[in-house]
Design a protein around this ligand. Structure first.
Ligand code: ADP
Ligand code: ZN
Ligand code: MG
Length: 478
C-alpha cells in the first residue's frame, strides 16, 4: 500500500446516571430486577400521563459538564425525537437537540504519544429506552420497560481522536470522571456506559475529513479496539479500490470480527424534532452553577497533587491507586487509621490487585473494610504475625472481610516467640539433615538457606524469621 492513511474518530457516549429514580417519574432505576416491575403510566407511555423532571438529573449533568470544562447552557430545554420502535412506548424520546445542557468543553487524555485535549461538542440529557428480549425458540419478542426513562447523559466529542489508544484513554477519562463525581458507575457490560464510534479515514496531509460510518453495539474496550481496527481496514480497502465509503450506521459483531450495515445514516429531520410541550424550559441561575461547583469532589488530578504532598509514596503507586475512586478511598481510609501510607499502598498494589485480577473483579466489587487492613498492617509491624501469615490472613480479609485479630486468634496463627518451641524445631531439623549441617560447617553458605526453609516450615511459617536465623546460627556454632 503506497498511500498513508489517518484515522479520524469522534465518539457519542451514553452514560446512565446513578439517580435512585427515573428522569420523568418516581420509578426505581435499579438494574437487574424482574421485567416490568419498575414501571408506571409515565415510563410506559400511557396517554395522558405527564413527565416531571428529576432535579438530580440536571445537577448530575451539570457536574459532569463542569468537570469536562463545558459551558452550562443557562436556559436549556427538552425536545421530542420522534420514532417508532417497540422498546419506545411513547413513540418519541425526550432528548435535547437545540439547547443541550453543556457545550464546548474538553477533557485531557494521556497516551504513549503524549498529552492531548479531546474537545467535547456537547452533553445533553435524555431518557433511555426499554429493552427487547428476543426469544428465538419461541419466535417471539418480549419487552421490558424497567430501563425506559432511566436518565442518560449523551456526551458528543469533536472528531479529535486518531487511534484506538486515544479512544480508550478518552473513555477511561470519562469513566473515571463520572465515577469520581458519583454520577454513574459506568459499567460497559451492564450498559451503563455505551459508546458509538464514528470513524473515517483520510490521506495523511489532507485537510478535509472523509465520509464516516457510525458503529454501535460495542460493550467492552476490547470490542471497541477491534471494531476500530476492522472498520479502518474496511474503509481503506474501499478507497484503495477507488470506491466510496457510504455514510451509514453499522453493527459490530465482536465474535465474527466484522461489522454489518444496519441502516443508512439518519438526519435530525428524520426525527421531526420539536420542543417538548409537556416540560417547561430549565433556567439555571449563576447561584445554582456556583453551588454545583462548590460541591464538586476532589477529582483525580488534584488527588494526585495532594498525595504527592501528604504521602511518602512513589508517583507510580499514587497513579495506580487513584485510577479508581473506590480504591483511592480505601487507601486513604486505611492510612488514616494506621498512619502507614507505603505499607497500605503495598497491600493494595500487591495482593489486592493480584486477587482482583485472579477473580476478575472490578474496584466496585471490593468489599473489605479499611479497619481490617489497617489492623493487619499493625499486627504485622508489631510482630504479632509473620509476613507469610499476614498474606494468608489478607486473603480472608479480601474475600470475607474477617477481623484479622479474631481470625489469627481462632486459627492459632500468632508468631511463635517461644524460644523453646523454636529450639525444638531447629534441633530436629539439624538432626534430620546432617549433610546440610556438614556442608555449612565446611563453608557452604548456601546450605544455610535449606536449613532455614525447613525450620520455618516446621514452625508453619509462624515464627519470626530473625529469631529462627539466630537460633540456627547459635546451634551450629555449638
Ligand atoms: P450527526 O448530527 O449526524 O449525528 P454530528 O455532527 O453530531 O453528526 O457528529 C456525530 C459524531 O460524529 C461526533 O462525535 C463527531 O465528532 C463525529 N464525526 C463527525 N464527522 C466525522 C468524521 N468525518 N469522521 C469521524 N467522526 C466524525
Ligand atoms: Zn415510571
Ligand atoms: Mg449526533
Amino acid at each position: 500500500m503506497s498511500k498513508q492513511y489517518e484515522t479520524v474518530i469522534g465518539l457519542e457516549v451514553h452514560i446512565e446516571l446513578a439517580t435512585k429514580t427515573k428522569i420523568f417519574c418516581g420509578c426505581s432505576t435499579e438494574f437487574g430486577s424482574a421485567p416490568n416491575t419498575h414501571t408506571c403510566p409515565v415510563c410506559t407511555g400511557m396517554p395522558g400521563s405527564l413527565p416531571v423532571l428529576n432535579k438530580q438529573v440536571v445537577e448530575y449533568a451539570m457536574a459532569l459538564g463542569l468537570a469536562a470544562n463545558c459551558k452550562i447552557t443557562q436556559v436549556c430545554k427538552f425536545d421530542r425525537k420522534n420514532y417508532f420502535y417497540p422498546d419506545n412506548p411513547q413513540n418519541y424520546q425526550i432528548s435535547q437537540l437545540y439547547l443541550p445542557i453543556a457545550r464546548d468543553g474538553y477533557v485531557e487524555i494521556d497516551t504513549q504519544t503524549g498529552k492531548k485535549k479531546v474537545r467535547i461538542h456537547e452533553m445533553h440529557m435524555e431518557e433511555d429506552a426499554g429493552k427487547l428480549v428476543h426469544d428465538e425458540w419461541d419466535d417471539t419478542s418480549l419487552v421490558d420497560y424497567n430501563r425506559s426513562g432511566v436518565p442518560l447523559v449523551e456526551i458528543v466529542s469533536e472528531p479529535d481522536m486518531r487511534s484506538a489508544d486515544e479512544v480508550i484513554a478518552y473513555l477511561e477519562k470519562l469513566r473515571m470522571t463520572a465515577q469520581y463525581l458519583g454520577v454513574s458507575d459506568c459499567k460497559l457490560q451492564e450498559g451503563s456506559m455505551r459508546a458509538d464510534v464514528n470513524l473515517s479515514v483520510r490521506e495523511v496531509g489532507s485537510e478535509t475529513f472523509g465520509t464516516r460510518t457510525e458503529m454501535k453495539n460495542l460493550n467492552s474496550f476490547k470490542a471497541i479496539a477491534h471494531a476500530i481496527e476492522g472498520e479502518r481496514q474496511r474503509q481503506i480497502e474501499l478507497l484503495e479500490e477507488g470506491k466510496e465509503v457510504i455514510q451509514e450506521t453499522r453493527r459490530w459483531d465482536d465474535n465474527k470480527e466484522h461489522s454489518y450495515a444496519m441502516r443508512s445514516k439518519e438526519d435530525a429531520q428524520d426525527y421531526r424534532y420539536f420542543p417538548e410541550p409537556d416540560l417547561v424550559p430549565i433556567v439555571i441561575s449563576d447561584e445554582w452553577i456556583a453551588k454545583i461547583k462548590a460541591r464538586q469532589p476532589e477529582l483525580r488530578p488534584e488527588k494526585l497533587e495532594r498525595y504527592k504532598k501528604e504521602f511518602d509514596i512513589p508517583e507510580y503507586d499514587a497513579e495506580l491507586i487513584t485510577e479508581s475512586k473506590k480504591v483511592a478511598d480505601l487507601f486513604e481510609a486505611t492510612v488514616e487509621l494506621c498512619g502507614k501510607p507505603k505499607k497500605a499502598a503495598n497491600w493494595i498494589m500487591g495482593d489486592t490487585f493480584r486477587l482482583m485480577k485472579e477473580k476478575g473483579m472490578e474496584p466496585e466489587d471490593l468489599k473489605f473494610s479499611p479497619e481490617h487492613l489497617a489492623k493487619l498492617i499493625e499486627m504485622t509491624d508489631a510482630g504479632t504475625i509473620s509476613a507469610a501469615v499476614a498474606r494468608k490472613v489478607f486473603e480472608q480479609i479480601f474475600t470475607d472481610d474477617v477481623d484479622p485479630e479474631k481470625y489469627v486468634e481462632e486459627n492459632g496463627l500468632k508468631t511463635v516467640n517461644d524460644e523453646g518451641a523454636i529450639k525444638d524445631a531447629v534441633e530436629k531439623v539439624l538432626a534430620d539433615n546432617p549433610q546440610a549441617v556438614a556442608d555449612y560447617k565446611g563453608g557452604k553458605q548456601k546450605a544455610f538457606g535449606a536449613l532455614m526453609g525447613q525450620s520455618m516450615r516446621a514452625l508453619k511459617g509462624k515464627a519470626d524469621p530473625a529469631a529462627v536465623t539466630k537460633m540456627i546460627k547459635e546451634m551450629l556454632e555449638q
